[in-house]
Write a protein of this length. Sequence first.
Length: 578
Amino acid sequence: MIDNQIIDQVRRANNIVHVVQDYIPLKKAGSNWRGLCPFHQDTNPSLNVSETKQIFKCFACGKGGNVFTFLQEYEKIGFIEAVRKLATRAGIMLPDYRPTKRINTKRDQLLQIYQTARDFFAENLFRYGEKALAYLKNRQFSPETAKNLELGFALNGEKALLNHLMKEGHSVDILKESGLFGNYSGNLVDLFRNRLMFPIHNSSGDVIAFGGRVMDAKAPGGKYVNSPSTELYTKGRELYGFYKTKYDIHKVDQVLICEGYFDFLRLYEYGFTTCVATLGTALTNEQIQLLYPYTKKVYMLYDADEAGIRNAIPASALCLGRQMYPYVVELPEGEDPDSFLLAHGKEELQALIDKAPSLIQYMAKSTTVSPDAAERIDFLLDNIRQMSDEVRQELALQEVSEAFKISVSALSKKLTSTMRRSYQTEEKEPLHAFSSIENHHEERNLLVISMQNVDDYKRLVSEVKDDYFINESYRGIFKWLRENVKPEAIESSSTLLDDIEDTQLRDALADLMFEEMQDLSFDDALKQVRIRKLQLDLEEMDRKLLNEPQNLDLFKQKQALSKEYKQLTRKVVHKIRF
């Protein structure tokens, strides 16, 4: 295990506000910071980050935690890996640390394999990749672009990468699961051979997959070979180049979405540093969710052929339904971003971007999707009805009205009837996983106060009994605190959230820790809890006495409860919150 002192050093060196800002933009909101939550499709900033407490909490979906757990949730990694990443970020050298098999997870090993493979391919490009470099030169890409974007070359040997990784100490079992090898008659062979290699990164810059392109049109096999789905990589969840361009996307407040690797390379080389590529797939909700915290302005820069238009329109419509502002960049027929930039240059492409019509304007004038205007309107309404913000929905309807010369009232009527039919077939599930926890505020108050002060926490674990808590969720939190958290840990509350495998428990704890309560004492909070418990006990006692009116023991128990109840209600000095 990594020593707790080292973990605390890493924690102190990584302000949670700065770490979260590495992934999503935040704005100051009072004493806290606020931004769009990356863990659900957030339309209004719901993620709150406390610099004082060094924790985060989304009040829409319920996710919460500290700097380590934010990284765990965002990158889908384990606690130890999050510590390592933040140590690297802060320039902290971890001591010689030999993780146990449990801690050195399969994901850790796969990330190391892909990093080693990336370095191997990159080295091969400039040592043995004369053919690949010539291919890039012929397509007018510079060696600097190849280095900057970590391009590589896969040797032609069947086991070149396999032998290299085995020399690095990786086992055959983990290599089988890496997605880098084919299995022929029980023998592993390199999946990528004699190909120009494009590393695919996640949003934090880890290599998680590869794409490989042949350089000879007559070569056997497909033009492209891409990594299969693995524990690290799922097709349709990543955007090529996003890790390089996400900060400029936020700064400029726009994104250019293209289709292929070479389109991205050319755009990036020409200074369009707000571009991403969809990796040869249709744009997905997961990819939109990556972009949403950074910009709402989306420019579709797809190939100007039938296939490109066929892909650009539904991709734009998907963005429209997610309350973004999609535009369709109209390249001359037969062109793609790569060829257009080579032929016409940066200024002409920028001019096309500047005058790009919105999706709604494009659909009004284009008959490519359908010659029937009514069908095009229906297509747009199907996506507008996905909007959760009524104001944006109304603005979109006004734009459709102006573009198609149809009254807003007619469009609204059609939209409403469509939405009504949809709601009859769809069941809406609440975002917040802990909706049941919102009852029994007096129990919540007691826990919140106890987690703000060491002395109050000591009293919580020594004076309070399990049956004081009527709400099962609060009772479970109380029992977990009593069994796992020492009083001194309360002084550094964010440490409580380290390495909690039960994410629902972690989210609930973060929820309690985020709340401030200055106007209620521990004594008053405890009295409120006892009063509520006594009320229920007295009601239960009355029910029993109805069945056994002659039971003297029950009568005495009720008298004792009534006496305690009267004493407490006489002393309460703070109004119970409901």
